[in-house]
Design a protein around this ligand. Structure first.
Ligand code: DLL
Length: 433
């Protein structure tokens, strides 16, 4: 199902003309209203008239997360506070959080993007959307909420937490669409099994999962355990929140809301734009946002873009699912390791659960990576010999996939902490020493 055929299936030439017009207007607006951009553009010898074609965007400097932090809280807003109707903020593990604002029109565009996202997952006005993304400063809860209302579905604003009650509500209210992080979806599946729910007790048909990296094997697991179609949705607060990109049931890349954003992929080392299909860092320029437009915002997320038409008929660009961030990458004894690579290996091994944690430490001069992974109830055995053999098997498979040695520690079922929002997969103790 497609929410906005006119835009989502617009011929590319027409779409690019629309982008160019909106980009020129955005560059002018930030130049006139945001001192940081004026200063940077002046320094680079660029101005509002420097955009003649879409390719001219490449001449412009990048915007970084630190730019938002340095201008905390409202320093790069392009409109006066009287026009701001909503504020959100990212939690931010270090230092100050990043604050983002929205005008009425921004909220309207965001709702439209989320309506497209939910519709692509099969949501319509007859659906009951169980929204377990956190409500609050995090953009997940209210982002999904407004999109679901736009579609005309019935929203349950349950937010995260109190997992047993979530199951009861899903059952009693007949929820058909589940919205939460993929790690929380797995936790919900686990609790549903624990309380003895049977296939058919829930009416769920699809889920929109995002806000953290996950793999195709994890998708398979969620789909099998909850008997649903699991759709990947992507977004970030600095750009708008969820709704930046979303899969359709083809599951062949995430469709980018290109009438609102221009997407590029760059080489994170050189900053040069990469051709379609090549993996690099995603960069977004907002072209309709009023409150806080961003020019060439570096996301740190790794992906690739594809401008070919999708089998679903959409002509808007698709990005590959985000497998990790440039700053999530662990360097273990000089080898680049992404948590998602380990997740893929674990999920292929029968008997392991999709709950794991990576502990990185430095002993002497040597980096050590320990993979703690839960074993399924029926595989967990008191016989040390059997567990050791299983540990060795996992170790062997991870080592051959990553080319580094690791320690594997099997842990009992349900001992790794479950998350209600974004899962914490890595504990890096090296940074503490
Ligand atoms: O996580 C917005 C969101 C809410 C997206 C609900 C999807 C669903 P932030 O808290 O600002 O915003 O975090 C943004 O999360 O740069 C990615 O690193 C990561 N991320 C978001 N979606 C995905 C995804 C929200 N589908 C950061 N796959 C981004 C992988 C994702 N990573």
């Amino acid at each position: 199902m497609i929410w906005n055929k006119e835009i989502e299936m617009m011929p590319r030439e027409k779409l690019e003309a629309l982008q160019l017009e909106r980009l020129r207007e955005t560059v002018r607006r930030v130049y006139e209203n945001v001192p940081m951009y004026k200063k940077r553009f002046d320094e680079a010898g660029l101005g509002p008239d420097s955009i003649k074609t879409l390719d001219d965007l490449q001449k412009f400097p990048f915007t970084l997360k630190t730019d938002l932090r340095d201008n905390y809280p409202f320093g790069i807003f392009a409109v006066p506070m009287k026009d701001i109707v909503r504020l959100h903020a990212s939690s931010g593990t270090t230092g100050k959080s990043t604050v983002v604002g929205y005008t009425k029109n921004d909220i309207d565009a965001w709702s439209e993007l989320m309506a497209r996202t939910l519709t692509a997952a099969g949501t319509s006005n007859g659906d009951v959307v169980h929204n377990a993304y956190g409500y609050g400063l995090f953009t997940g809860g209210l982002g999904v909420h407004y999109g679901a209302e736009r579609v005309g579905a019935s929203v349950i604003p349950i937010s995260g937490g109190n997992t047993k009650r979530q199951i009861t509500i899903m059952k009693d209210f007949g929820s058909t669409i589940l919205a939460c992080t993929p790690s929380y979806a797995l936790y919900l599946a686990e609790v549903a099994e624990e309380v003895g729910l049977k296939n058919g007790d829930l009416k769920l048909k699809a889920g929109v999962f995002g806000a953290e990296p996950w793999t195709n094997s994890m998708r398979k697991d969620i789909e099998e355990r909850l008997h649903i179609l699991a759709i990947d949705i992507y977004g970030l607060s600095e750009v708008i929140g969820p709704g930046v990109a979303y899969e359709c049931p083809e599951k062949d890349g995430l469709h980018v809301g290109e009438d609102h954003f221009i997407v590029e992929v760059i080489d994170p080392e050189t900053g040069k734009r990469l051709p379609p299909g090549e993996k690099g860092e995603l960069v977004f320029t907002t072209i309709t946002k009023e409150a806080i437009p961003v020019i060439r915002y570096r996301t740190r997320d790794i992906s690739a873009i594809n401008f070919e038409q999708c089998a679903c008929g959409r002509t808007i660009a698709r990005m590959d699912r985000v497998t990790g961030r440039t700053d999530d990458m662990l360097i273990i004894r000089g080898v680049n390791v992404f948590p998602s690579q380990i997740e893929s290996v674990l999920m292929e091994i029968d008997g392991t659960e999709p709950h794991y944690q990576l502990i990185v430490d430095r002993i002497g001069q040597l980096d050590m990576l320990e993979v703690q992974v839960e074993v399924g109830e029926k595989f967990f055995s008191d016989e040390v010999r059997l567990l050791e053999a299983f540990e060795n098997k996992i170790k062997g498979e991870i080592e051959s996939a990553l080319n580094i040695s690791v320690d594997v520690k099997l842990v009992e079922p349900k001992t790794i902490q479950r998350s209600e929002g974004k899962a914490k997969r890595v504990i890096d103790r090296r940074s503490l020493s």
